[in-house]
Design a protein around this ligand. Structure first.
Ligand code: GAR
Length: 199
């Protein structure tokens, strides 16, 4: 059975969606470890409630790579095959990325390459796009720049607030994150340059 490692910093709704699909047998893997860099993260408490192995590795005041070395050591100790960033609000060091080549996934609440970085939903509203969405991609050394595995399109409505738009996008995030995990675990995709293609 393949092992997933989840990294989160906050609410953890993407983590929960993945965990539910694992429990339901829809993702052929187990969650070996959930790590938060924030002690107060709601997602960490939820993971504990679910009886999962959890770890808090505070990032505050640490050099990026020193923190990443602790996280990588924990992921290796639990023999994690695939790392899923689920609202993990930190940029990974090149060291981390090299330790898990093509085995780190991230979810971003916009149609990349549009609106990378923070507050992607607000960026989309401010820009005035009529459609935005979400992206699951492999993590490389850039910020939100890795090869794209899945995307979903979400319309922006005239009466949207940042919150209503974020909620509509989040529903799709929960759906496509598990889809992307399955594509990788089932070995259904090949990577050609930036393109992730079905085998
Ligand atoms: C999600 O919308 C995710 O796409 C976003 O943070 C939220 C976390 O929610 N991630 C980023 O913006 C990464 N740049 P969650 O904790 O409920 O899964």
């Amino acid at each position: 059975m393949k092992k997933l490692g989840i990294l989160l910093s906050g609410r953890g709704s993407n983590f929960e969606a993945i965990a539910r699909n694992v429990q339901a047998g829809k993702i052929p893997a187990e969650i070996a470890l959930v790590i938060s860099n924030k002690p107060e993260a709601l997602g960490l408490a939820r993971a504990k409630d679910m009886g999962l192995q959890t770890l808090c590795i505070p990032s505050k005041g640490k050099e990026r790579e020193a923190f990443d070395r602790e996280v990588v050591a924990a992921l290796k100790e639990y023999r994690v095959d695939l790392v899923c960033l689920a609202g993990f609000m930190r940029i990974l060091s090149p060291y981390f990325v090299r330790e898990f080549p093509r085995r780190i996934l991230n979810i971003h609440p916009a149609l990349l390459p549009a609106f990378p970085g923070e507050n992607a939903q607000r960026q989309a509203m401010d820009y005035g796009v009529k459609f935005t969405g979400c992206t699951v991609h492999l993590v490389n050394e850039g910020v939100d720049t890795g090869p794209i595995i899945c995307q979903a399109v979400v319309p922006v409505q005239d009466d949207d607030t940042e919150q209503t738009l974020a909620a509509r996008i989040l529903k799709e995030e929960h759906r496509i994150y598990s889809e992307a995990i399955c594509l990788l675990l089932d070995d259904k995709v090949r990577i050609e340059g930036r393109r992730v293609l079905r085998k």
